[in-house]
Write a protein that binds this ligand. Structure first.
Ligand code: EPU
Length: 417
C-alpha cells in the first residue's frame, strides 16, 4: 500500500486550483439513472469514490465515456437493480442509487452498508421516506429491497438532517406521482447542485438550499449537461494548511459563499482571509489563536473539516473545545495526533485541545478520509518526518493531494508500495 512521506516545517505559499466536489459528483452520477440517453457532467474529480460509483452503475448496465474532466453517462439500458455488498461496503454513498432505482424501475435491491469508521450511519430515514411514498420495503439477507409500481408524493419530515437522505428522496420524488415536501431537509450546496441538475433534466424542484424542498413529480426526465460545484472540503483543507504552516495560499475556482463558517473561524484564529469572486486567499499571521468549534449541518461548521481544524488547534496558543454533533465516533484522528505530540483530551462528543508550540513527525495512519487529511496537515507543521500509511483513504476524496501540496512548497512524496 502507498505511503505519503512529509518532512514538516516548510511555509506553504502559492495557488491551487479547487477540484470538483466528490459529494456533489456522487449523487449527480446516481441521478443519471433517472434518464435514458447521454448525460454529460463537467468538473468531475479523478477520485477512487468516483471509480467506485461508476463500477456500481456499470454493474446495472450503465455505460460511460470519459473525456478530460468530464464524464458522459448513458443509463438507457438497465439490466439489474441490485447494488451488491462488495461495492456498497467500500463506499456508503452507494446508497444514493436506492431512490433513483425505485423511481425508474419500480424495484431496488441495495446492500446495507454496515458499520463505518466514523459512526453507525444507519439509512433508516432513507427507508422511512420511501415507505411514506408508498414503497414496500423489506430487509432481507443484508439487503434493502424496495418495490413500488410508482412512488407517490408525500410530506416527509426528516428526524435528523441527512444529506444523502435528502438527495436520495429528492431523486425518487422527481419521478413520483404528485407533490413531495421534504421538511428539515439538508441545505448543503451539494443538495442545491443536484436539484439544479435534476431541474435541467426536466424535474420540478424548488426550495433546495432551504430546509423545505418541494418536488412536483413528472412522468419522465431527459438527459442533461451539467457542472459539478467545486469541493468545499478540499478548499477548506488548503485554507487550514496555510494557517498551520504560517503560509499564504490562494484557492482558485472555489465558491466563497460556501465557506462562511470556516472563514469566520479562521479569522478568529488571527488569519487574514481575502475573499474574491471565485477565490479565497488564506494568509497566516503568526501562531494561530485557539478557537472553539462545533460541527453542525450546513451552513454550520462542516464535520468534514473537524479533524483538519483540530490539527490547527494542536499548535494554537491556548485551549480549544471541539464538539462533534454529526457523527458519534469522529475523533479517531486524536490518538494519532497525540503520537505527534498533540495535547488532546476527549470526553464524549467533545475534545479539549491544548495548543503546543511544536508537533513532531511520526509514523501515523488513519481510519477515514478526513482524519487522513488532518494527519497530512499535522505532518506539514511538525518537526521532522511523518510517514502516513493507508493512503487509500485520501485517494477516495482528494485529487492529486501530494502534487498540489508539493507545488505550494511542501516536502511531500508518495512512495509506491
Ligand atoms: N442518519 C441517521 N439515519 C439516516 C441517515 C443519517 O441516523 O437514515 C444520521 C447519521 O448517522 C449521522 C447524521 O444523520 O449521524 C448525518 O448523516 P448524513 O446522512 O447527513 O450523512 P451522509 O449523507 O451519509 C454526507 C457526506 C459525508 C458528510 C455528511 C455530513 C456524502 C456522500 N457524504 O454523508 O461526507 O460527512 O454528509 O455532512 O455526501 C466525507 O466526504 O468524508 C463524508 C463522510
Amino acid at each position: 500500500m502507498d505511503k505519503i512521506l512529509i518532512t514538516g516545517g516548510q511555509r506553504l505559499e502559492g495557488e491551487i486550483e479547487n477540484s470538483g466536489a466528490k459529494n456533489a459528483a456522487l449523487p449527480v452520477i446516481a441521478a443519471s439513472l433517472l434518464t435514458k440517453g447521454w448525460n454529460t457532467f463537467h468538473n468531475i474529480p479523478d477520485l477512487v469514490d468516483i471509480k467506485t460509483i461508476k463500477k456500481l452503475l456499470g454493474s446495472f448496465g450503465v455505460v460511460f465515456a470519459d473525456e478530460k474532466g468530464s464524464l458522459r453517462i448513458n443509463a438507457e439500458d438497465i439490466q439489474s437493480c441490485t447494488a451488491a455488498y462488495d461495492l456498497v461496503r467500500t463506499m456508503r454513498a452507494s446508497v444514493l442509487v436506492l431512490g433513483p432505482l425505485v423511481a425508474r424501475l419500480g424495484e431496488a435491491h441495495v446492500s446495507l452498508p454496515g458499520g463505518c469508521a466514523i459512526g453507525a450511519r444507519p439509512v433508516n430515514l432513507h427507508i422511512r421516506a420511501l415507505q411514506d411514498m408508498g414503497a414496500e420495503v423489506e430487509l432481507k439477507d443484508g439487503y434493502v429491497i424496495a418495490k413500488a409500481r410508482r412512488l407517490k408524493g408525500a410530506t416527509i419530515y426528516f428526524d435528523i438532517i441527512t444529506v444523502t437522505g435528502t438527495e436520495n428522496i429528492m431523486m425518487a420524488a422527481a419521478l413520483a406521482d404528485g407533490t413531495t415536501l421534504l421538511k428539515n431537509a439538508a441545505r448543503e450546496p451539494e443538495v442545491v447542485n443536484l436539484a439544479e441538475i435534476l431541474n435541467g433534466m426536466g424535474a420540478r424542484i424548488i426550495g433546495a438550499g432551504t430546509d423545505i424542498i418541494r418536488i412536483d413529480g413528472v412522468p419522465s426526465l431527459h438527459p442533461v449537461e451539467g457542472t459539478i460545484i467545486s469541493d468545499r472540503i478540499e478548499a477548506g483543507t488548503f485554507m487550514i494548511a496555510a494557517g498551520i504552516t504560517g503560509g499564504d495560499i490562494c484557492i482558485r475556482n472555489c465558491h466563497p459563499g460556501h465557506h462562511d463558517a470556516l472563514i469566520a473561524k479562521l479569522r478568529d484564529t488571527g488569519m487574514e482571509m481575502v475573499v474574491g469572486d471565485r477565490s479565497i486567499r488564506a494568509i497566516a499571521k503568526g501562531r494561530p489563536r485557539s478557537v472553539d468549534v462545533k460541527t453542525l449541518a450546513y451552513p454550520g461548521f462542516p464535520t468534514d473539516l473537524q479533524a483538519q481544524i483540530m490539527s490547527l488547534m494542536t499548535v494554537a496558543s491556548g485551549l480549544s473545545l471541539m464538539t462533534e454533533t454529526i457523527f458519534e465516533n469522529r475523533f479517531m484522528h486524536v490518538s494519532e495526533l497525540m503520537r505527534m505530540g498533540a495535547d488532546i483530551a476527549v470526553q464524549g462528543h467533545s475534545a479539549v485541545v491544548k495548543g503546543v508550540p511544536k508537533l513532531h513527525g511520526a509514523p501515523v495512519m488513519a481510519t477515514d478520509l478526513r482524519a487522513s487529511a488532518s494527519l497530512i496537515l499535522a505532518g506539514l507543521a511538525a518537526e521532522g518526518r511523518t510517514e502516513l500509511s493507508r493512503v487509500y483513504h485520501l485517494d477516495r476524496g482528494y485529487e492529486r493531494i501530494e502534487e498540489k501540496f508539493s507545488r505550494l512548497g511542501a516536502a511531500m512524496e508518495r512512495v509506491k508500495a
